[in-house]
Ligand binder design. Structure first.
Ligand SMILES: Nc1ncnc2c1ncn2[C@@H]1O[C@H](COP(=O)(O)OP(=O)(O)OP(=O)(O)O)[C@@H](O)[C@H]1O
Ligand SMILES: [Mg+2]
Length: 378
């Protein structure tokens, strides 16, 4: 990348995807003085509401993607649920630093798991099923409880089936659409962690402080920073995440999700983009994950990522919104509100988040349980 000239404010960032991650990227990009354009099929998408222009079009449609690319100096994808072949076409003529290859690895759970395993990174026992008929034998081999996950397109626990007894298979079989799938051992979680690493085209790296993550119904509910666990384990997660980023030569951001089982870390999955568990960086780090991604792909120095204060991030799902709305005027003064501008407050969809400066995360969680009637978060 020695010939790489920095992309300076005034130039155009093109975003493939107009969801909340795109919205926060656009807000940081605009602050820095960039022009920001996005492509998304939904008119007035969360990102479209705050960027300079939205192209309305499908991620499958090369013409729409080209319209975006032609006016962009750098292209960033904010979701893995886009077409890797479209991205491969774009990168022939345009600067797509995250690359279509990385996208194709990380949008396919089979690739992700196999490549991690082959490179010696710790993953839970699993099997890859190309056909549904293979699954019963794999359930026997892995043992119950296990989880069946579609290889493509799953998020927030969608496309996943927990199998507690092998007798459940017949019923699950009826629900299954097209494969392939990954069947993995369901481990007894002590907790979950994630680390987001930024890497530049010339190989400079910096990782954000790790987050402890609490999931409900397989959806991230809360992130707590710093994690309430042994710092040596946190340091180990940080080290693994940085080595994975280097191994795959990721450019931009890589979010690595971990399971902690006792004192053993396993890599769950990865995302080559900003991550929900890094939303806390907006307020609590000197440089947010969104700014860092822009800095990395525009050839600017990576910013400092020191944690300014301990913090809790809480996701707001569609079904929470009504209850939350009434509470807004009465929330503690430290609470920062992010609402994404989604047209529909749909059930189990992320519609916003709260960031709360606190060194007493348990108190915050209890308050939300009490005021919003949430299941226990501890
Ligand atoms: N093998 C497992 N053992 C125990 N818990 C698991 C396992 N796989 C998934 N889970 C639980 O379900 C959550 C979601 O799983 P996973 O990260 O695979 O799904 P996803 O749909 O890709 O989610 P997202 O994209 O929101 O991170 C995990 O964070 C964890 O809480
Ligand atoms: Mg996950």
């Amino acid at each position: 990348m020695s010939k790489f000239t920095p992309i300076l404010p005034g130039k155009t960032i093109g975003l493939l995807g107009g969801g909340q991650l795109g919205r926060m990227l656009a807000m940081e990009g605009k602050r820095m003085g960039y022009r920001v354009v996005c492509l998304d099929p939904t008119p007035e998408s969360p990102c479209g509401q705050v960027c300079d222009e939205q192209i309305i079009g499908s991620f499958e449609d090369l013409d729409s993607a080209r319209k975006l690319a032609e006016q962009s100096d750098v292209l960033i994808y904010e979701t893995e649920n886009i077409n890797a072949q479209v991205v491969a076409e774009l990168e022939k003529e345009h600067w797509v630093p995250q690359s279509s290859q990385i996208l194709s690895y990380f949008q396919d759970r089979r690739e992700e798991k196999t490549r991690l395993h082959e490179a010696g990174f710790p993953v839970v026992p699993h099997r890859i099923a190309e056909k549904a008929e293979e699954i019963p034998a794999f359930i026997e081999e892995i043992g119950c409880p296990c989880i069946l996950k579609t290889a493509f397109g799953g998020y927030d626990g969608k496309g996943q089936w927990v199998i507690r007894q092998k007798e459940q298979w017949e019923k699950i079989r009826e629900e299954l659409k097209a494969g392939p799938w990954v069947l993995e051992k369901r481990v007894e979680l002590t907790t979950e962690l994630s680390v987001i690493v930024a890497r530049t085209p010339d190989g400079r790296k910096r990782s954000f402080p790790a987050a402890e993550n609490i999931h409900q119904h397989q959806i991230l509910r809360a992130s707590i920073v710093p994690p309430r666990i042994d710092p040596t384990i946190v340091a180990e997660a940080q080290d693994i995440a940085e080595r994975i980023t280097e191994h795959f030569q990721v450019v931009g951001l890589l979010a690595v999700e971990f399971f902690l089982v006792g004192k053993t870390l396993y890599v769950n999955e990865m995302a080559p983009r900003p991550h929900n568990s890094g939303h806390y960086t907006w307020e609590a780090c000197y440089t947010s994950q969104f700014e860092q991604l822009i800095r990395a792909v525009c050839g600017l120095p990576l910013g400092p990522v020191d944690l300014s204060f301990p913090v809790v991030m809480i996701n707001i799902l569609g079904e929470d919104y009504e209850g939350l709305e009434k509470l807004i005027p009465h929330l503690p003064e430290e609470v920062k509100i992010h609402i994404y501008g989604k047209k529909e407050m749909a059930w189990r969809r992320k519609v916003g988040h709260l960031t709360i400066k606190t060194d007493k995360p348990e108190q915050v969680l209890s308050l939300l349980e009490e005021k919003l009637g949430w299941d226990s978060l501890k």
